[in-house]
Design a protein around this ligand. Sequence first.
Ligand code: PFF
Length: 452
Amino acid sequence: MAINKKQHAQWSSSFGFVLAAVGSAVGLGNIWKFPYMVGESGGSAFVIAYLFCIALIGFPILVAEWFIGRRGQKNPINTFMDVAESEGRSRSWGIVGASGILGGFLILSFYSVIGGWALNYITKTGSGAFVGQDSDAVGATFDAMLASAGTLTIWHTVFMIITALIVGVGVTKGIEAASKILMPLLGIILFVIVGYNVVSGGFGEAFSYLFAPDLSKLNSQIVLAALGHAFFTLSIGMGIMVAYGSYLGQEVNLLKTARLVIILDTVIALAAGLAIFPIIFSNGLDPASGPGLIFVSLPIAFGKMTGGTIIGAMFFLLITFAAVTSSISLLEPSVELLEERTSLNRTMATVVAAVVVWLLGIAALLSFNLWSDVLIMGNNIFDALDKLTSKFLLPITGLAGIIFFAWRMNQDAIRAELNLSGTAWQVWQVVSKFIAPIAVLVVFVTTLIGMG
Ligand code: PFF
């Protein structure tokens, strides 16, 4: 039951909502970040920790954020304030919405830099630059891009302009409609690459690297990384899903929808793993080489396979599209806030937010070249932004959100609205009241200690 008068139109159908939510969730996190984090953490241990985090923490928090958003029907800050008030709690819960918006804003700065890499690789791959190249040459091309502050700035700028134009002109709906075709196409191309790997080697090794349960490698750092990534990939802990929930009609079944979004998101991430690791192993590359992993591996395969120039260019085009459907969801809440809280109109609000994010992004991209020795607590600016958001802001915001939901809201109303009873309700209570918050807390405190 919504407590405010409708502030904006609702999704025309639950399908429209699923598209937008999947658009936000599926992005660079699945195809760029997931594989390199798996590689840095030694394979299946990370995958297993990640799957647990998604199921036990990501799922309840996603449902909680949509639920709160649907109740509040406003931007994340006002939503938290109003829902808290209607539950007889302090309006200072609004701060949860604020920290979420800040997290999204900071993420966009470095997200746009990587979106720029993907854009650059559309042209590189499409012009046949990788045809017949070995892993050394492909690696050298990537290093040359990183070394050039000018190149990185140009592509980061192009990516930010695309994002700002879509948000400023307000054509997000059109983008969501396009994702109906383009997202499945991305899935198909990923599976084409996986198919190529099955016939050209390295697949078995990659499969067991990703899935053979090897818990001996599991340690607290890996669990931390997996938790942070679960938040990142599902776009939770950022107020974005709260904002999206405000558009949801009462008829939408939150549990089923969350299950669908999570399954799609996870399938894409795992497919990206199966697309990338066979190439890594069959070319003797280092799985732990970090953020450049997809850019130094996939082009080798594109350079060899029949039609690789076109398939490769399409692949990077589709990743860019997936990145844009996520980046618009990262920018939108800040723009909405500026529009509501200042005298700026939508266009100016978008320009202001985008320029600040763009400047931060410049600082992030200089970490790869001119400012590589500018360190904040031992991290370059790019890594500092990534860690501050994934390991601090998102978990804190998500934790506060689930605590509010499970401990501060009327549980009978939640049970009725989620339509749960008997054992299912008991399981839900244990997960949302205890397992999810305690797990985040443990992980968060361990991070704090680790940072000290
Ligand atoms: N979930 C997106 C991805 O995996 O690429 C990234 C993202 C989008 C994170 C929107 C947070 C967000 F609010």
